[in-house]
Design a protein. Sequence first.
Length: 230
Amino acid sequence: MKQPEGALVLQAKKVILSWSSGKDSAYTLHCLRQSNEYEVLGLLTTTTEEYNRVAMHATRVTLLEEQARQANLALHQVIIPSKCTNDIYAQRMLKFLQKLAEQNIYHVAFGDLFLEDIRQYREQQLKDTGITAIFPLWQRNTKQLAHEMMRIGMKAVVTCIDLNKLDASFVGREFDATFLADLPEDVDPCGENGEFHTFVYEGPMLAKALKITKGEVIEREGFVYADFTF
């Protein structure tokens, strides 16, 4: 539609999205793209040197790269050791953030839901960089949010579970209504307390679905991981 003569056209703010490969960051991308306020220019992911996987979610980088291609976005990896100290993480992340500021990108979006300490950590990390953290999903009801993710056609699999919070049988399952119904009452429907992590293989934020196969399931240091491949 043609803008009325003399109308003020606001330029969208450039933003990089912190991308875990899971449902929360994928839904955040969907929300940002529905808004006229932000223009998503790329995805930011921390990956491990030793395993060449997404930190915590254990997603193979090959799958991560395909997600970025199907999202039609540049992928930026901050590579860290698998046993990473806070200092090393902060140094490597700061280096990347400085590059963003040099490119006149002043916003980073996160898919965090309600953990105040995580939000405060991210905001502190960005302090004095000139970059602002935004949280499009903040304080959303997580049960409603989980069902909304499914309603829009987003599909994901569970790649990792914390054995202190969930039985090993939950790993590798589809993130669907049956999965939600089977969760214990004390487990957050979106896994915001670290109970489980996911990988999104289909949804409106991706041009086409990724055809993935469940491989080996392993247990390590109190977590169980399902290895998905093409």
